[in-house]
Design a protein around this ligand. Structure first.
Ligand code: KDG
Length: 322
């Protein structure tokens, strides 16, 4: 039995070693990334079992991701290789033109993962998990991938597997924001745990006010577990009637990409390990801070002991809750 099964596209990330516009960057560092894969690694680092459903190209980059994920303890038994299409990649430009902000350049159109279809879903595999996690990124990469997300969520619903959905709207991947919102709204009725940031809250619910967001999510879509990320102002969650919040940890930022996945993965893993929502949100916030201190989305995802050490450094240790 797995604790979390995710559906989505892993990508090779080429992260600029130096800051500034990519036209002048000479060296790039290679990392394994992609939102749902990041969540799988976050869960696995904390000692739980995760698995990824996806397609990779039968190429060097596909093998790199496959071996990396396997090395991180992620179950790759449902990863298929496509001999025709390449593994998706993207480049990260750091701190230009806005300091501390990264921008991305995707090369993923026609990728192996974009050719995913519902035939890639193994219902027994999904049914054997405690959580099914995906994002709107996978809904954006192709019509067949979007269909795969919808069928996967339906399967999870059929077997009472908790559906976790990170809104994660990537403007570059959608023809318009209206289309993104429409697609997201199409699955929300089937979602049990919703992660979103303030911009996404504004788009979906017309407000950034946490308590109104919680009320709207519950009233319109029946979602009683909502986690709202508010950047440097921290995060708030409503979890089955209980409202909890956590501050954002101030750390030196090398690359903010991957923070949201660290947050979602560690939040979910913490809940699955029996931590109360108040502790889960704090651990998630800590993990998000740890990840942005380096280039790459997955390298700094913490093990239990490192998460504890980080929290202890802020006087927030509580080991008996582990
Ligand atoms: O959340 C980090 C991801 O956004 C990054 O690794 C790439 O999955 C990715 C995407 O589609 O933007």
């Amino acid at each position: 039995m797995l604790d979390l099964v995710a559906l989505g596209e892993p990508l090779v990330q080429f992260n600029a070693v130096t800051e500034g516009p990519l036209r002048h960057v000479t060296y790039f560092e290679k990392h394994s990334a992609g939102s749902e894969a990041n969540v799988c690694v976050a869960v696995s680092r904390l000692g739980l079992r995760s698995g990824l459903i996806t397609r990779l190209g039968s190429d060097e980059f596909g093998l790199f991701i496959y071996e990396w994920l396997r090395g991180q303890g992620v179950d790759v038994s449902r990863v298929k290789f496509d001999p025709e299409r390449p593994t998706g990649i993207y480049f990260v430009q750091r701190s230009y033109p806005i300091p501390g902000v990264s921008t991305v350049l995707y090369y993923r159109r026609g990728s192996a993962a974009s050719a995913m279809t519902p035939s890639d879903l193994d219902e027994d595999y999904i049914a054997s998990s405690r959580v099914f996690h995906t994002t709107s990124i996978t809904m954006a990469i192709s019509d067949s991938a979007r269909e795969t997300v919808i069928r996967g969520v339906e399967m999870a619903n059929r077997h009472n597997v908790m559906v976790s959905f990170d809104v994660n709207i990537r403007r570059l991947l959608w023809p318009s924001l209206e289309e993104a919102v429409k697609a997201v709204e199409g699955v929300l009725r089937m979602v049990n745990v919703l992660f979103l940031d303030e911009n996404e809250a504004e788009l979906l619910f017309g407000t950034r006010e946490p308590r109104v967001v919680f009320k709207e999510a519950e009233g319109r879509f029946g979602i009683s577990r909502v986690v709202l990320k508010m950047g440097l102002r921290g995060s708030m969650a409503k979890w089955d009637g209980e409202v909890v919040e956590a501050k954002a940890f101030q750390v030196p930022v090398k690359d903010p990409i991957g923070a949201g996945d660290a947050y979602a993965g560690v939040f979910l893993a913490s809940v699955l390990k029996g931590h109360p929502p108040s502790r889960s949100i704090l651990r998630a916030s800590a993990a998000a801070a740890m990840v942005v201190m380096v280039r790459g989305d997955e390298e700094n995802l913490p093990r239990e002991t490192d998460l504890e050490t980080f929290l202890r450094n802020y006087g927030l240790s509580d080991v008996e809750l582990r």
